[in-house]
Design a protein. Structure first.
Length: 479
């Protein structure tokens, strides 16, 4: 009898455990299933806007039919070599005409709405336009576009097709759609959770691949010139100074081979700037960009491998937490780092001349009204980390000894967790009774992301959590 009661109770306990587990699994699957997507409106090349700021019939800008390229989808920094294209045509965007239109008193209401979308005043419009550079998209690109409705700039998520002519700012961020003059801001959503809506005017175009869609984040410093690729002659590269329309272009051969530099031990920020200066692009597997102070452990292909202009180098980093792809770039412009982002020239910077790297930050989604005249980047103005060649932050605390522990030279590296679980500590001195301890900071969580639900029913937006990399894994959103 006692045995029967025991079995009966044990069976009921097992059933309760199974029920709790089942509820937990269903809750998780329900959260994933209910997570909203970012609704994105497709905008095809050459298709007029229904609510433009500028009459597209007046020839303000000209889109071109450009073959879409298969790219490392996700995030790319604005100074990525070959991210944008150019052509031999003298003008793909008439900046002078746009300036005249926006400064005409007859268009004052439109000018006010246009300036408000970019967080500048109408008096700042001429100077702002003078700092922009016309380019052609070489990838299907996510942006926050704006229609002009009822006297106001109405923002919406948009996917601009390859070949659309735009103006970019000094951080390489899309700023204006040339054909209609509509202001553009960075896309603030998760590039992996988008629902692109095509329609009878903007039908799905040939070459569209959701996995190759990119969103642009600010270059880690103010860009002096953009390294473009001629969309008609891909073997021809174009160095275009920022703020010029093509008259001061210089050309180079994109077929010229360039060696991958030795980047092990440098920070991610230093490595990305070095690769950009050498005409190579950065790739990183994962949900977003690693912090600038994350240490590079390896590259693929390895140092010494020769690549063509704009080819990708995959970086592996240790420590730090990735910037989620749903994080906002903040605003357009420079992050405050010194130097220029020139295209490939005979005077490429040497490995030891990389400017200081901004410290890490926790990015939060920004609104389209962030000021482009006082730009920010995913990194903050925290003290720069140590230069390449300095000692790496320790992965575990040393056993207590009579000597004081060494101090780190990297004030920002304290926020990066160790790259992997350290092996048992050993020492040449006799073992002590004090235990060896390891410490790691808690994971960083990004701010909640506000999105547009894909269904008519209300949905709850669950804040995304970014877990720091603790195993030195290689991660792929493109920088």
């Amino acid at each position: 009898m006692a045995f029967h009661v025991f079995v009966h109770r044990a069976g009921k306990a097992a059933i309760r455990r199974i029920a709790v587990l089942l509820v937990f699994v269903l809750a998780l699957s329900g959260c994933d299933r209910g997570a909203p997507l970012f609704v994105v409106r497709a905008v095809a090349a050459g298709v007029p806007s229904l609510a433009p700021f500028f009459d597209e019939g007046q020839g303000l800008g000209r889109d071109q039919r450009v073959q879409a390229l298969t790219a490392h989808g996700g995030l790319q920094q604005g100074d990525t070599p070959g991210l944008y294209g150019g052509s031999k045509q003298p003008t793909i965007c008439d900046v002078v005409r746009l300036k005249k239109f926006l400064t005409d008193p007859a268009n004052e209401r439109k000018a006010q709405a246009w300036a408000a979308a970019l967080s500048i005043t109408t008096a700042e419009i001429p100077e702002y336009l003078d700092r922009l550079t016309p380019v052609l998209l070489r990838h299907d690109t996510l942006v926050t576009n704006h229609d002009y409705k009822k006297g106001k700039a109405t923002p919406f998520n948009a996917l601009l097709q390859t070949g659309i002519a735009i103006l970019v700012d000094a951080a390489g961020l899309p700023a204006v759609k040339c054909s209609c003059g509509n202001p553009l801001r960075p896309f603030e959503g998760d590039t992996t959770r988008i629902k692109v809506e095509f329609d009878d005017r903007n039908e799905e175009w040939k070459g569209y691949e959701k996995s190759s869609v990119v969103a642009v984040r600010p270059a880690p410093r103010k860009v002096q010139r953009l390294a473009l690729v001629d969309v008609d002659e891909p073997d021809r590269g174009i160095n275009r100074p920022v703020g010029t329309t093509g008259d001061d272009d210089t050309t180079f051969d994109t077929r010229e081979r360039r060696a991958v530099p030795d980047l092990a031990g440098t920070t991610f920020g230093q490595a990305s700037r070095r690769l950009a200066a050498d005409g190579l692009a950065v790739a990183f597997e994962g949900g977003g960009l690693p912090p600038d102070d994350a240490r590079v452990t390896a590259s693929d292909p390895p140092a010494g491998t020769e690549l063509r202009f704009g080819e990708y180098v995959m970086l592996s980093v240790a420590g730090g937490s990735a910037e989620g792809s749903s994080d906002s770039s903040g605003s357009s412009g420079s992050s405050g780092s010194a130097g220029s982002s020139d295209g490939p020239t005979s005077t490429s910077p040497s490995p030891g001349t990389s400017p200081s790297t901004p410290g890490p930050s926790t990015s939060t989604p920004s609104t389209p009204s962030t000021s482009p005249s006082s730009p920010s980047s995913p990194s903050s103005s925290a003290p720069p980390p140590s230069s390449p060649g300095t000692s790496k932050p320790p992965s575990s605390s040393a056993p207590p000894t009579s000597a004081p522990p060494p101090t780190t030279k990297n004030p920002t590296a304290s926020s990066a967790p160790p790259p992997s679980t350290p092996p048992p500590a050993t020492t040449s001195s006799p073992p002590t009774s004090a235990p060896v301890t390891t410490s790691a900071p808690p994971p960083t969580t990004s701010a909640p992301v506000t999105t547009v639900p894909t269904t008519g029913a209300p949905s709850t937006v669950v804040p995304s959590t970014v877990v720091p990399s603790t195993d030195g894994r290689t991660a792929s959103a493109v920088v």
